[in-house]
Design a protein around this ligand. Structure first.
Ligand code: G6Q
Length: 539
């Protein structure tokens, strides 16, 4: 049955027709307890969702939709290790990456949790050796720089986690990330480094990704040029991959490879060995604390009733805003500088997972999927795009994320930061009417310009402070929110055929750029662009 034909969907459509014009001002006026009633807490995360245009009935109908779409069965199937990534016939078990050693999840007859902990233990040994200086470079020097090479899911999570947890990092170790095939990325990341003190971690699940392998080869050549000995590779390169053969072929010995498994999706892999750079930066204990934070949300997601389930509720509110209120976008606004890469990380998580147009059985979804997600840390965004969120014509539901305690207290600056967060969500929700603007003494011709319609929905997520546990919990919250939305839309949230397409297309053009006189058979625009580039380049 298509989503829009479901009784639960029709009930929500009818409900929206009835109450859709009701404003947040009216909803708050009708219920003095709303601000404390519409809150939920799990694993150290507190969500205030009262500034969404929902009431008890909306929430009830959204929960019914989740049940109707089989959320409970799908959730159980994921935790069981069923192949819920149907187009790739794979299990989806990032939850196993943070399961305690005592847990058992059996896939194809093997307990994957035991495998996870075996790799974790190897990562711990290696990370400790690098951190303590026991692991030396080829010439006997201590490693001072770690450069992680990877792209997409093999980059965005580790970069985000490193930035987010920089406060906990060992400061005499400098971490850098190279992802883009643009030579600038590699050159700028290495220009001031001494190869004798530099360790490269090549992260690629498939170990066939063009960008990563190209950069890895550049790194190899760069290292050998300085160190002048093939044997140096063994002390300066480690790999994280599922493809042992390709890793050995590259010249990285099996003992310097950290494995993971095809049931870990790229964008869900930061808790696997792909997080080796994170572990080296923050240390094994903090890394394990991050896993524990994710696990706490996993357990909550697995066991809490739909209406009391933080990720489920978060996902359902997004469905309401996107599919019923017509928002086509969403902003994530962390009021914490350490979370500056969190929006970029979430872009991949949400849009690569749910940017799909057909259901698992290949039929059109029939409604909009994955809202366009973007964001920047507050307060910077306030001096930039918030204008559009407040007074533009589009509805942009926002997730505000803040912490009650700063990791870097500086005078009253944290209060200032948080005052901005609270004030922004308040202004978005309640706005300012023409009457209120006029009463402030505004000249009549300026009144329309100073009116804020308000009625713009937002969530506020608060936690005590940004710790490894909190970060883990936040990540898992969004992962399972994405899962929930994918189940409602009936799509496969775990494949990425759009990414595969790009990998294939570039190869064909690459050949045409290299050939002396290629016959171009593209459209007239692409042909002309390729010709122009070929005649203008200097090599
Ligand atoms: C993530 C995607 C994609 C992938 C990169 C890198 O879910 O599959 O972003 O992570 O294309 O792939 P490799 O890790 O195989 O190099």
């Amino acid at each position: 049955m298509s989503l829009t034909e479901r009784a639960s969907w029709k009930a929500l459509t009818a409900h929206h027709a009835q109450v859709g014009t009701r404003t947040l001002r009216e909803l708050f006026a009708a219920d003095a307890e709303r601000g404390t009633r519409y809150t939920l807490e799990a694993a150290g995360l507190f969500l205030d969702y009262s500034k969404n245009r929902v009431d008890d009935q909306t929430l009830k109908l959204l929960s019914a939709l989740a049940e109707d779409c089989g959320l409970l069965e799908r959730r159980a199937a994921m935790f069981r290790g069923d192949a819920i990534n149907t187009t790739e016939k794979r299990a989806v078990l990032h939850i196993a990456l943070r399961a305690p050693a005592t847990q058992k999840i059996v896939v194809d007859g093997a307990n994957v949790v035991a495998d996870v902990h075996a790799v974790l233990d190897r990562m711990v040994t290696f990370a400790n050796a690098v951190r303590s200086g026991a692991w030396r470079g080829h010439s006997g020097k201590r490693i001072r720089h770690v450069v992680s090479i990877g792209i997409g899911g093999s980059d965005l999570g580790p970069v985000m986690a490193y930035e987010a947890l920089r406060h906990y990092s060992q400061r005499d170790l400098d971490l850098r990330f190279v992802s883009n095939v643009d030579g600038t990325d590699f050159k700028e990341a290495t220009r001031d480094l001494d190869a004798a003190e530099t360790l490269f971690i090549v992260c690629s699940k498939t170990f066939t990704t063009q960008e990563t392998l190209t950069n890895a080869h550049a790194a190899r050549a760069w290292s050998l040029q300085q160190l002048g000995d093939e044997k140096a590779v063994a002390r300066h390169f480690v790999a994280v991959s599922t493809h042992a053969e390709a890793v050995t072929q590259f010249g990285i010995a099996a003992e310097n490879m950290f494995g993971f498994w095809d049931w870990v999706g790229g964008r869900y892999s930061m808790d696997s060995a792909i997080g080796l750079s994170t572990m080296i930066a923050i240390g094994p204990d903090n890394f394990r604390a991050m896993l524990a934070g994710s696990h706490a949300i996993d357990e909550h997601f697995r066991s809490a009733a739909i209406g009391q389930n933080l990720p489920v509720l978060h996902g359902l509110l997004s469905i309401w805003n996107n599919n019923f209120l017509g928002a086509t976008t969403a902003a994530v606004l962390p009021y914490d500088q350490y979370l500056k890469r969190f929006p970029a990380y979430l872009q991949q998580l949400t849009m690569e997972s749910n940017g799909k147009h057909v259901t698992q059985d290949g039929k059109p979804v029939g409604v909009d999927t994955a809202p366009i997600l973007w964001g920047e840390p507050g307060t910077n965004g306030q001096h930039s795009f918030y204008q559009m969120i407040h007074q533009g014509t589009r509805l942009v539901p926002c997730d505000f994320i803040g912490f009650c305690n700063s990791l870097n207290p500086l005078g009253t600056q944290h209060d200032l930061l948080m005052a901005n967060l609270f004030a922004q969500s308040e202004a978005l929700a309640f706005g300012k009417t023409a009457g209120e603007v006029a009463a402030e003494g505004t000249v009549p011709e300026l009144v329309p310009h100073r009116v804020f319609e308000g009625n713009r929905p937002s969530n506020t997520l608060l936690a005590d402070r940004l710790t490894p546990e909190t970060l883990g919990a936040l990540v898992a919250l969004y992962e399972h929110s994405v899962f929930t939305q994918g189940v409602i839309w009936g799509i496969d949230s775990f494949d990425q055929w759009g990414v595969e397409l790009g990998k294939v297309l570039a190869k064909r053009v690459q050949g045409e750029l290299a050939a002396p006189n290629p016959e171009l058979k593209h459209d007239s625009s692409t042909n002309a662009l390729i010709r122009r580039y070929r005649s203008s380049r200097n090599h």
